[in-house]
Design a protein around this ligand. Structure first.
Ligand code: ZN
Length: 337
């Protein structure tokens, strides 16, 4: 929020209201989601997957410790089994995609703070290191000399030249995500051909994501691992049979490699248009106890209704503790008297 033009007293009133609302936030499970820890300026890929710097993450951890009871995924499963309204303010920390900085930065910080988190990974990316499709889109936008791109079946061209790099990548990603007429690999191939980038080699994906050994070390030291499917394809674009393969085989692969039961899954991308009502049934059929979306909100009541569609707050753009609290505040209504 920009307070330019506000008088000092107006800022104080707003801050006071914000603080009061935060103090009166309801009981429930507050799930927070991170992707990368680090600086987006250092990336040659998608800058939008950087949640915050290690310094900010440290501040977030202190805030969680002071304002919540931070629980593990196993504790959340037990709570769900009791199917009750939660009166305490509980926090669950989650990470998606398994970037190497999760192992190098987040894991040691969580460990030294005595906290745990659940890390959702797509097993195909661990088995065969490759650049994730959203990072490939980031690389394409950074390397294209063209002002726009349009595939033959797209209704209009996508501007990839105007604005900050984050916005330019977001615009192309939106078009790619909305197009469910082709497999992701084929869409990106066509985009690269359209931009004459198909003959330029992508950088090696070395050390972009965690490997099995690192994941096992994290799992053996108090961290929890969940599935983020096999391929990170958008489930709503797949048939129920394909969705079942994504959810079942990734679970089995994680269990074989990590020697423990995998009980939770996070739907790739995770917005309301990226999974269907049927996806929730498929998640249950595949043997998961919980499934997470990327829809913001507080999980106040735990039960069958939301067992396979839990809300998560997304931490983005190096959010300060103040911004993080504001994001939470916006998600519930509040009566000041
Ligand atoms: Zn993801």
């Amino acid at each position: 929020m920009n307070f330019k033009g506000c008088s000092r007293s107006a800022i104080e009133v707003l801050s006071g209201h914000m603080a009061l609302k935060w103090q009166r936030r309801p009981g429930g499970v507050y799930c927070f989601n991170y992707h990368r820890i680090g600086s987006a300026a250092d990336s040659e890929f998608d800058p939008n997957v950087y949640s915050c710097t290690p310094e900010r993450f440290e501040q977030h951890l202190r805030m969680y410790q002071t304002n919540f009871d931070v629980i593990s995924i196993d504790e959340l499963i037990s709570l769900h089994n009791s199917q009750q309204r939660v009166s305490e303010r509980l926090a669950l920390l989650t990470f998606d995609d398994g970037y190497i900085d999760n192992y190098q930065l987040a894991y040691p910080m969580l460990k030294s703070a005595g906290l745990t988190a659940v890390f959702f990974v797509s097993t195909d990316y661990i088995d065969k290191p490759q650049i994730p499709w959203w990072d490939e889109v980031g690389w394409i936008v950074r390397h294209s000399g063209n002002a726009s791109v349009k595939l033959a079946h797209w209704p209009s061209a996508i501007n990839i030249v105007d604005g900050a790099i984050g916005m330019r990548v977001r615009r192309l990603l939106k078009a790619v995500k909305q197009d469910n007429s082709l497999p992701m690999e084929e869409k990106l191939k066509q985009v690269k051909v359209a931009l004459q980038l198909d003959h330029i080699g992508m950088p090696e994906p070395t050390e972009l994501l965690v490997n099995w050994q690192q994941l096992k070390e994290m799992a053996d030291n108090g961290m929890h691992i969940g599935s983020h499917t096999l391929s990170h394809n958008i489930l709503a674009h797949l048939t129920p049979e394909q969705q079942l393969v994504e959810l079942t085989q990734s679970k089995q692969r994680l269990e074989t490699m990590l020697h423990r039961e995998i009980l939770s899954v996070a739907y790739p991308v995770g917005g309301s248009d990226t999974f269907t009502r049927n996806t929730l049934n498929v998640a249950q059929q595949a043997g998961y106890k919980l499934a997470f979306t990327f829809i913001p909100g507080i999980n106040a009541k735990l039960g069958f209704d939301n067992r396979y569609s839990l809300c998560r707050f997304s931490i983005d753009e190096n959010a300060s503790v103040w911004q993080l609290k504001q994001m939470v505040n916006k998600s519930f209504s509040f009566m000041s008297n």
